[in-house]
Design a protein around this ligand. Structure first.
Ligand SMILES: Nc1ncnc2c1ncn2[C@@H]1O[C@H](COP(=O)(O)OP(=O)(O)O)[C@@H](O)[C@H]1O
Ligand SMILES: [Mg+2]
Length: 252
């Protein structure tokens, strides 16, 4: 049964362009991520991290292979069905927070429900806002909050529908070290106490150290992984990866 996997990728390839100028951004990704797991994806610039996240989250379509989310195959799904699935069963956290400045914090948090055509559940909004430590900020606007607080709102918004998977792209990229640690501990907590599943792209070894598992991408392939590793071990593995020239990695 595939139902126990939050994310499944089989033979996922992504090619941009055609012929001699084609870029093979993903060259066959096979991956299964269990529910209630926290996975970090690292790799040199251009290794395919963003493409991986886009394909895994149904924001872009692979050139080949299949993607399943929470047991549902999304490959070949019609655009409107895929959009509905993203709104109800996935959560997103971006580097740039992506909150709507004219809405209050609470309105931002219930936005995924509105977009999915559901009645905004204010009790659930209060619950997730309390969870990220912003119970008293529901009526504020994002512009009145610090960067770290804004990213907490984004996390509350990502969790409000109890999604199958939360995808995070450099969620701490715009934050200082202390604030970053607070955000990462909230993602960790969501996995440990709210049964969430998190997939996070990061270039920061100390962010990746919060994950259960770190996957290393190079030239569109998963070339390495670490389980429950320290920031130091992760950094050393990254250095080893970037030190090897691409032709050597391709031959390995
Ligand atoms: N829309 C696109 N069109 C053409 N090439 C792209 C596009 N998006 C990404 N690429 C290429 O695909 C490769 C992987 O990119 P990306 O997934 O953004 O890597 P990363 O996020 O690890 O830096 C790179 O060579 C990049 O130039
Ligand atoms: Mg990227």
């Amino acid at each position: 049964m595939s139902g126990d996997w939050a994310v499944e990728l089989h033979g996922v390839r992504k090619r941009y362009g055609r012929g001699g100028s084609a870029v093979h951004a993903l060259r066959g990704i096979d991956l299964t991520l269990p529910r209630r797991s926290f996975t970090a994806v690292m790799g040199p610039s251009g290794s395919g991290k963003s493409t991986f996240l886009q394909c895994a989250a149904g924001l872009d379509r692979p050139s080949a292979g299949t993607v399943r989310l929470g047991g549902t195959e999304i490959t070949g799904m019609k655009e409107n069905k895929l959009t509905a699935l993203r709104r109800t069963r996935l959560g997103f956290v971006f580097q740039a927070f992506n909150l709507l400045p004219s809405l209050t914090v609470e309105q931002n948090v219930v936005l995924p429900m509105r977009l999915a055509g559901r009645r905004p559940d204010r009790r659930r909004a209060a619950e997730v806002l309390a969870q990220v430590g912003l119970a008293d900020k529901a009526r504020r606007r994002p512009g009145q909050l610090s960067g770290g607080q804004q990213q907490r709102v984004a996390i509350a918004r990502a969790l409000v529908t109890r999604p199958d998977v939360v995808f995070a792209d450099e969620p701490t990229g715009a934050l200082d070290t202390t604030t970053a640690a607070e955000i990462l501990s909230l993602l960790r907590q969501a996995v440990d106490t709210q049964d969430a599943t998190v997939v996070m792209v990061t270039h920061d070894p100390s962010a990746a150290a919060w994950a259960d598992r770190v996957l290393f991408l190079a030239d569109g392939e998963i070339v390495d992984h670490l389980e429950r590793a320290s920031a130091e071990r992760i950094a050393a593995r990254m250095t080893a990866l970037t030190a090897r020239p691409a032709f050597e990695r391709a031959a390995a």
